[in-house]
Design a protein around this ligand. Sequence first.
Ligand SMILES: [Zn+2]
Length: 66
Amino acid sequence: MTEQQCPWCGGRDFVEAKHLPYQNVAAKSAVVGLTGRASLCYTVCRDCGTVVRTYVDDLSKVRRWR
Ligand SMILES: [Zn+2]
């Protein structure tokens, strides 16, 4: 992983976090179904709790979204 720095406190200690099941994100155009949903993940600063990155962990799903 590339070196990152918290934009809020300058900290460099991060933890990966994940949304709990059933709190998913999908493309606005998607018909909600099992194939259209992917989990949201976060990178969180351990020093101040700022979420420095929000992303979807399943790129194969994202790339099918239109
Ligand atoms: Zn921070």
